[in-house]
Design a binder for this molecule. Structure first.
Ligand code: CP
Length: 289
C-alpha cells in the first residue's frame, strides 16, 4: 500500500514512472487489478476537476466509488477527521481520496491502514495536479531538463505553485515566479512578467484565490489584466513552441483574457483531461506492494 501525501516523498524515478503509466492509460492501457476495490472521495473543500476526474479514474478502473457528504455527516456533531476516516476503514473501504483546507491534514492520519491520496491540503500540496501538469509538459516537449517555466499570479496562496516549484526544479527545469509583488512569497526567483512572456517554454497562470486572501487585493481586475494578465497581444510575443497552462478554475479577464483560454498555445483543457489518466496511475500505484 502506498499513500500519496506530497511529491517530496517521491523520487524522480517514481514521478516519471507515474507519468509514463498515465500516458499508457491515455493510449488505451487496460488494468483489471483494482476492480471492485471500494474507494471513498472525501472533499472538505470545493472541487470540480480533482473530485470528478478521480471519480472518472475510479470508474475507468472498475472501482466502486462512494462520495462522502461532509455537510450531512457526523462531522457536524464534532467528530474529528481521524475518527471519520477510521470509521470508513472499519466499514471496509479500501482507499481514500481526501481534500482538506488544513495544511498537512494527513499528519493526523498515521494510523489509517489503507492508502490515502491527497487531493489538496490548504496552501501546501496538490500532488496529482502537479503530476498532470508534468504529464502535459512531457507530452509537449518529451522531457523536462532545461525547460524554462514561469508560474504567474497568486503564488502565496497556491498549493499548485508550491508543489510545482519543488518538483520542477528537481526535474531540471528553470522555475521562475511572476505577477503582483504582493503574491511573491520568495518561493522561487522573481522575473518581470513581460520578460517571462518572451523567454519561457511554459507560462503557467494561477487563479487569484480571493477566498483565501482575507484582505482586498490592491489591484482591480482591469489593472491585473493590464499588468499581469495573459492577453492575445502577449500570446503573440511568446516563443513559437511555448505553451500556456492553468490548473483552473480561471478568472476570465483577470489572469487570463477570454480569447486566450482556448487559443492555439493553450493546453488548459487537455491538461484537465490528463487528470483522469494521472489519477488512474496514482490509484494503481496505491495498491502496489
Ligand atoms: N485544479 C483544481 O484542483 O481544480 P478543482 O479545485 O476544481 O479540483
Amino acid at each position: 500500500m502506498k499513500n500519496l501525501f506530497t511529491l517530496r516523498d517521491l523520487s524522480v524515478v517514481d514521478i516519471n514512472r507515474i507519468i509514463d503509466n498515465a500516458i499508457m492509460y491515455k493510449n488505451g492501457k487496460e488494468f483489471k487489478g483494482l476492480e471492485n476495490k471500494k474507494v471513498v472521495n472525501m472533499f472538505f473543500e470545493n472541487s470540480t476537476r480533482t473530485h470528478y476526474s478521480f471519480i472518472k479514474a475510479e470508474q475507468n478502473l472498475g472501482m466502486i466509488d462512494t462520495n462522502f457528504n461532509a455537510e450531512a455527516s457526523s462531522l457536524k456533531k464534532g467528530e474529528s477527521l481521524y475518527d471519520t476516516v477510521k470509521t470508513f476503514e472499519a466499514l471496509g473501504f479500501d482507499c481514500f481520496i481526501i481534500r482538506h483546507p488544513q495544511n498537512n491534514y494527513f499528519n493526523e492520519l498515521d494510523n489509517i491502514n489503507v492508502p490515502i491520496m491527497n487531493g489538496g491540503d490548504g496552501t501546501g500540496n496538490h500532488p496529482t495536479q502537479s503530476l498532470l501538469d508534468l504529464m502535459t509538459i512531457k507530452e509537449e516537449f518529451g522531457s523536462f531538463e532545461g525547460l524554462k517555466v514561469t508560474i504567474v499570479g497568486d503564488i502565496r496562496h497556491s498549493r499548485v505553485a508550491h508543489t510545482n516549484i519543488e518538483v520542477m526544479k528537481r526535474l531540471g527545469m528553470e522555475v521562475f515566479i511572476s505577477g503582483p509583488k504582493e503574491f511573491d512569497d520568495g518561493s522561487s526567483e522573481y522575473i518581470d512578467f513581460n520578460q517571462a512572456v518572451t523567454d519561457m517554454d511554459v507560462i503557467m497562470l494561477l487563479r487569484v484565490q480571493y477566498e483565501r486572501h482575507g484582505y482586498q487585493m490592491t489591484l482591480t481586475k482591469e489593472e491585473y489584466l493590464d499588468n499581469y494578465g495573459l492577453t492575445m497581444k502577449r500570446v503573440n510575443e511568446m516563443k513559437d513552441n511555448a505553451i500556456i497552462m492553468h490548473p483552473a478554475p480561471f478568472n476570465r479577464k483577470t489572469e487570463i483574457d477570454d480569447d486566450v483560454v482556448e487559443c492555439h498555445k493553450s493546453r488548459i483543457f487537455p491538461q484537465m483531461g490528463n487528470g483522469v489518466f494521472v489519477r488512474m496511475a496514482v490509484l494503481e500505484r496505491a495498491f502496489e506492494e
